[in-house]
Design a protein. Structure first.
Length: 264
C-alpha cells in the first residue's frame, strides 16, 4: 500500500475540504448567492475525498507515465462516479448530478466528456497538487486521524438518519402536491378554454403555489423540511427525489418563475 492509514485519512479529509471549498465558491459565484455545498453537514464533500484517495492509490503504478496516468485516471474516476451515483440513487433515492444531456451518457451518472475532464484533472492533481498536499500530511500527527474518522462517521450517521426522514417528508409532500396539482388544473380549465392559455396559466399558478409552499404546509399541518434538507433542495439545482417527481418538477417551475420576476 503506497500510503499508511493515517495518510489516507488525512488525504481524504484535505481533498474533501478542497472539493467542498471549490464547489461552494464556484456555485456561489454562478448563482450569485451563498451555496453551502456537500451531502454531509460539515464543510467537506466526501465524494471528492473518496475519489481522490482512490485515484492516488490505484494510479500509483502509472504515475511516472503521463499517458498511463491519464488513461488509468479516466477509468478509475469514471468507475467511481458511476458507483457513487448508483449508491445515492439506490440507498438514498436521490440524484445530486445528472449528465442526461451529455452525449454518450450512461443513466445520467457518467458521460465521455466528463470522463475526459477527470483525466486531465487527475494529471494536474498528481503532478502539481499532490506533492504539496503530501508535504502537509507528513507534518500532521497520526492521532488526529482517529478524531477525523470519528467526527465524519458521526456526521454520516446523522445525515443518513436525516435523509430517511427527508425521504418520508418528500413522499408526504408529493401526495399533497398531486392533489393540489389536480385542483389547480381543474380550476384553470374552468377559467380558460384555450389549451395553450391553460398550459401557461397552470404553469404560473403552480410556480406561485410553490412560492407560498410554507404557508400551504403550515395550513395543512405538514412538518416542513429541516435545515439540512432545505439546504440540499436550495443548493443543488439538479437534485432529484426519485420517488417524488412532482417535488422535483415544482422546484423547476418555481426557479423559472423567480427568474422571470427578476428579469421584469
Amino acid at each position: 500500500m503506497p500510503y499508511s492509514f493515517p495518510d489516507v485519512v488525512f488525504l481524504f479529509f484535505i481533498y474533501s475540504f478542497i472539493g467542498w471549498l471549490w464547489e461552494t465558491v464556484y456555485c456561489s459565484i454562478k448563482d450569485r448567492r451563498f451555496d453551502y455545498r456537500g451531502f454531509l453537514f460539515g464543510p467537506y464533500c466526501p465524494v471528492y475525498g473518496f475519489a481522490v484517495t482512490t485515484v492516488l492509490i490505484f494510479t500509483k503504478p502509472f504515475q511516472d507515465h503521463l499517458l498511463g496516468l491519464f488513461l488509468s485516471g479516466i477509468v478509475i474516476a469514471t468507475a467511481f462516479e458511476y458507483f457513487a451515483g448508483w449508491f445515492l440513487e439506490t440507498f438514498f433515492h436521490m440524484k445530486l448530478w445528472d449528465y442526461s444531456q451529455e452525449f454518450g451518457n450512461l443513466k445520467g451518472r457518467i458521460a465521455p466528456a466528463i470522463s475526459l475532464f477527470w483525466g486531465v484533472e487527475i494529471l494536474i492533481l498528481v503532478r502539481l497538487i499532490q506533492p504539496s498536499v503530501m508535504a502537509i500530511v507528513l507534518r500532521i500527527h497520526a492521532w488526529w486521524a482517529a478524531l477525523i474518522v470519528f467526527l465524519i462517521l458521526l456526521d454520516f450517521t446523522w445525515t443518513v438518519a436525516d435523509t430517511v426522514q427527508f425521504h418520508k417528508a418528500a413522499l408526504t409532500l408529493e401526495e399533497h402536491l398531486r392533489k393540489e396539482r389536480e385542483n389547480l388544473r381543474e380550476s384553470v380549465k374552468q377559467e380558460v378554454d384555450d389549451l395553450a392559455q391553460q398550459a401557461e396559466l397552470f404553469s404560473q399558478r403552480l410556480a406561485e403555489f410553490h412560492l407560498h409552499l410554507n404557508d400551504f404546509l403550515h395550513a395543512k399541518n405538514i412538518r416542513p423540511f429541516r435545515f439540512n434538507q432545505r439546504r440540499l433542495l436550495k443548493n443543488y439545482s439538479k437534485f432529484k427525489e426519485i420517488d417524488a417527481p412532482f417535488v422535483t418538477e415544482i422546484r423547476k417551475q418555481a426557479a423559472s418563475f423567480k427568474n422571470k420576476i427578476k428579469k421584469k
